[in-house]
Design a protein around this ligand. Structure first.
Ligand SMILES: C[S@@+](CC[C@H](N)C(=O)[O-])C[C@H]1O[C@@H](n2cnc3c(N)ncnc32)[C@H](O)[C@@H]1O
Length: 376
């Protein structure tokens, strides 16, 4: 990592770092919460890691894989599940909306539509898909991509969750909440403190600060029985987000797919360094200060906190399961339709992707699905 003396404001590689240093120096505490640093590193409009989906392919050519990047099977199966829910639980003569957030390059929407098309689903006619994206350059880029494939009538890009609101529909996100900026708390000298980002010897470094009141609830969830040095994440952003997302539909389902744990596991004493990870070229590191803007930074989702926030906002937990169980159920009609059929080449490729997505040792167990409902 370059130190303060090596920063050149005209140099792309160090410009973001220079802005971080400035933010820290301007703060009376000479430090900033980690969430502020993570927000800059991932979402700075020009220099953040996620500022351009085109420049950040996900999958083999990128820094990490997601279920979407495994291939079109994930979107196909979510489409099949959507079709089944729509038939069983929604008014089929009224408009039906899917809201997706964290869509990156929009690939999941494309796969889902293609799956509905190839299975001749009647949902295709009525479905109105809305992607939530607050950054205007990314919105324009996504619009261009959907225009090219003739889907701009069906898929719209809205700038906030509020703008996605509808009477009935399904909310969908894959690996959104693990990318929310987190704060960090740490046990030091038998007390809970916040671990913030400061400068030591001209470099970014962790510094301990007094625990603010809004993080006390996270410290209480861990308890005081853990040893000094125990560090974990506190995602206040996920709780605020859940409260807004819960207002999307009068009648609806919320599918939140991501990696994470319930509180018991999240705050287990052996997880003493927390869940913060960085990814570059498919390699994981624990140093988020290396090359801000060039590496992905992520933390596991606390599904207990998410459920509590959903229930406090009037949603019901419908089920909490893993991707293995969720996708196997979604795939049942497809698997039955293949019985007795001679194997076809595209089916072999889909089956291979299905195994990657559902095998417990691959993506099946690590990824969880939290499903909430209102009015169903
Ligand atoms: C780990 S990537 C997952 C991308 C995609 N869903 C997939 O599964 O391949 C996280 C995505 O969430 C987006 N994101 C994070 N916070 C967001 C927010 N508040 N609104 C919209 N997108 C957000 C990021 O820009 C990034 O594209």
């Amino acid at each position: 990592m370059p130190d303060a003396k090596q920063i050149n404001p005209d140099d792309q590689d160090t410009r973001l770092l220079g802005q971080v240093f400035q933010r820290i120096e301007e703060n009376p505490n000479h430090s900033i919460p980690f969430s502020e640093y993570m927000e800059m590193a991932l979402y700075d409009p020009d220099l953040g890691y996620y500022s351009s989906p085109e420049a950040r392919p996900i999958g083999r050519r990128g820094d990490f894989y997601t279920s979407v990047s495994v291939g079109e099977t994930f979107g196909f199966l979510l489409g099949q599940r959507l079709q089944a829910e729509w038939e069983a639980n929604f008014d089929q003569s009224s408009p039906f909306v899917v809201v997706e957030q964290g869509a990156h390059d929009g690939q999941l929407a494309l796969d889902l539509f293609e799956g509905l098309r190839t299975s001749c689903s009647p949902l295709l006619e009525i479905l109105n898909y809305r992607i939530v994206e607050s950054r205007s350059p990314v919105r324009n880029w996504l619009r261009g991509r959907f225009r090219e494939v003739g889907l701009s009538e069906k898929i719209s890009i809205v700038d906030s969750l509020e703008a996605g609101r509808a009477e009935q529909g399904v909310f969908l996100s894959n690996e959104l909440q693990d990318a929310f900026p987190v704060r960090r708390i740490r046990r030091e000298d038998g007390e809970w403190r916040e671990w913030q980002v400061g400068i030591k010897n001209g470099e970014l470094a962790w510094v301990c600060r007094e625990l603010p009141e809004n993080l006390e609830v996270f410290a209480a969830a861990v308890g005081n029985g853990v040893e000094d040095g125990y560090t974990t994440e506190a995602c206040t952003a996920a709780l605020e987000w859940m409260s807004t997302a819960s207002k999307l539909f009068d009648k609806g389902l919320w599918w939140i797919i991501d990696y994470g744990y319930g509180s018991d596991d999240y705050y287990a004493p052996h997880r003493k360094n927390g869940t913060l990870r960085c990814f570059r070229n498919h390699r994981a590191t624990e140093n988020p200060f290396e090359s801000p803007g060039e590496i992905d930074i992520t933390a596991h989702v606390n599904f207990t906190h998410l459920r509590e926030a959903a229930e406090a906002s009037g949603l019901k937990e419908r089920r909490f399961t893993d991707q293995h169980h969720f996708l196997i159920e979604a795939a049942r009609p497809w698997l039955l339709s293949m019985e007795g059929q001679p194997p076809q080449r595209e089916m072999t490729s889909r089956m291979r992707q299905f195994q990657t997505l559902t095998h417990p040792a691959m993506m099946g167990q690590q990824f969880k699905v939290a499903e909430f409902s209102r009015g169903i």
